[in-house]
Ligand binder design. Structure first.
Ligand code: SF4
Length: 237
């Protein structure tokens, strides 16, 4: 896995390679079963049923780091945060922030483009109950690390959506930036902010899951504040 990820010379190469990854037996089995059985509302659609690559600008100054694709969202459409309620909230906020050309993300051919922003997940396959195991998280990490390496020249800020993504940052900090992670690790929280010396700033944001957005734990205003702060830190107009 590490070798295959490390061989990717650009993002297109990486996207192609990760899309053909079969390293985690439990997740391969789950993503394919979901693609076979489908949700009733999508029964006439062909599911992607594979790992979901990152999406967005190759020269991004802002990265948004999520947990993993949703079974009937990214695992169905092939684009991260696309075709589910989490994506509806996220892309509406990115559009308000001027980082997306449209407020919706429904399919890979819907015309969506991002400005200065790239979105990816710590784990590239949809996990049962949205819970990858520690082994699956670690097995998938080289894909994330390589993607960040490829956009490292421009990347200034990473928005971690939730505690899982926040925790995925520290091994990346060591592997990609050669920095020893702080001890103890800074705690995740909405609005948490960590800055290293030569690494991008890390901002914590509650995940855009329905559990948070339907209950009001994460509001559109809170998301707007996070992206305004990310833009300021990244020097994006
Ligand atoms: S989770 Fe990552 S490492 Fe595991 S099969 Fe999917 S893409 Fe490969």
């Amino acid at each position: 896995m590490v070798a295959r990820a490390a061989r990717a010379t650009d993002l297109a190469d990486l996207d192609g390679a990760v899309s053909n990854c079969f390293a985690c037996p439990r997740l391969v089995s789950w993503r394919e079963e979901v693609a076979r059985t489908k949700r009733a509302a999508f029964r006439d659609q062909e599911y992607w049923g594979r790992p979901v690559p990152g999406f967005g600008a190759p020269d991004a100054r802002i990265a948004i780091l999520g947990l993993a694709p949703a079974a009937h969202g990214g695992n169905r459409t092939g684009r991260i945060f696309t075709g589910d309620r989490s994506g509806d909230v996220l892309f509406a906020a990115l559009h308000r922030a001027g980082l997306a050309n449209q407020p919706t993300s429904v399919a890979v051919d819907d015309g969506l483009t991002l400005r200065e922003t790239r979105i990816f997940a710590a784990v590239r396959c949809a996990p049962p109950d949205n819970k990858p195991t520690p082994v699956e998280r670690d097995t998938c990490a080289p894909w994330l690390h390589r993607e960040v390496t490829l956009i490292r020249p421009t990347l200034r800020v990473v928005v971690a959506l939730g505690a899982f993504a926040w925790a995925a940052w520290w091994p990346l900090l060591r592997d990609v930036y050669g920095q020893r992670p702080p001890t103890p690790r800074p705690a995740f929280g909405h609005g948490a902010h960590w800055s290293g010396t030569s690494a991008p700033a890390l901002l914590g944001c509650y995940h855009v899951s329905q559990q948070n957005t339907f209950t009001g734990r994460l509001t559109p205003t809170m998301l707007d504040d996070v992206f305004a702060r990310a833009k300021r830190l990244a020097g994006v107009d």
